[in-house]
Design a protein around this ligand. Structure first.
Ligand code: DGL
Length: 267
């Protein structure tokens, strides 16, 4: 079935992390309508198995399809690592993950070809970043580290707390010895810890893939003739969460600088 330009873009993550991507899409495409799903009842995804992550992602996509989205943005590295192909099997419209735009940006900004990535246990163990980086040839040296406590710190609002610095020092200790000049924040929750991570990784360029993803969303919408080009009107954003809306409302207000519609949804 042909989609219409005024149908919303569907975006999802395990929790609030994907709001970093939604915010960039909103900035790049102010007129577009967006539906965001945060699977707050089941966050974190990063320590779950491949099969579970695929099942969760497909359930969310089915929910977004019922909301008549014109494209799907997997605003989660963990879900992008495992479920891209499974989603393409159940959804015929455009699907974008966050891994390849982030890697492309890192390759563009790195000067010494030594790139690090940090992510959840599942993302790092999936080797999705290794596979994507390998496409750019053997000269790129790549180092990775999983940081499983980062997501709970963010979800529990400890992003600026001393405890976040202590955890970051510990997780990033080995990466600091690798002479990388670029570090990919391979989890959409991590840009919320940018201040902490950049103070520990002093002088290293941090790649937050959200603006690269937003650019890719625009390119795909143009290519598919689905870009809503009415520049006069501001698009709407609606969020759905699988658990209580209260905590999510506070975060959404910080991201969008206004109150937006948030409802609890049962998948
Ligand atoms: N924000 C997600 C990611 O990019 C998920 C993190 C989690 O739920 O563990 O990987």
């Amino acid at each position: 079935m042909k989609c219409l330009k005024n149908q919303p873009i569907g975006i999802f993550d395990s929790g609030i992390g994907g709001l970093t991507v939604a915010r960039s899409i909103r900035k790049a495409l102010p007129g577009e309508n967006m539906i965001y799903f945060g699977d707050t009842a089941r966050v974190p995804y990063g320590n779950k198995s491949r099969d579970t992550i695929i099942r969760f992602a497909c359930e969310i996509v089915k929910f977004l399809v019922k909301k008549k989205v014109k494209m799907i943005v997997i605003a989660c590295n963990t879900a992008s690592s495992f479920s891209l192909n499974a989603i393409k099997k159940i959804y015929s419209g455009p699907v974008i993950g966050v891994i390849s735009p982030g890697v492309k940006e890192a390759i563009d900004v790195s000067e010494n070809g030594r790139i690090g990535v940090i992510g959840t246990n599942s993302t790092i163990n999936s080797r999705s970043y290794n596979k994507e980086i390998a496409k750019y040839g053997p000269d790129i040296k790549f180092f990775s580290e999983s940081c499983p406590l980062f997501v709970p710190l963010v979800e529990n609002k400890f992003s600026n707390d001393d405890i976040a610095y202590d955890v970051a020092e510990r997780y990033l200790k080995e990466l600091k010895k690798k002479h990388i000049d670029t570090l990919i924040l391979g989890c959409t929750h991590y840009p919320i810890l940018k201040k902490v991570i950049s103070s520990v990784m002093n002088g290293i360029k941090l790649v937050d893939s959200s603006s690269a993803v937003a650019k890719k969303v625009k390119d795909v919408l143009v290519k598919e003739d689905l870009l809503l080009s009415d520049k006069r009107s501001q698009g709407w954003t609606r969020c759905y969460v699988s658990d209580d809306v209260k905590g999510f409302r506070v975060d959404a207000r910080i991201f969008f600088k206004k109150d937006i519609s948030i409802k609890k949804a049962v998948l």
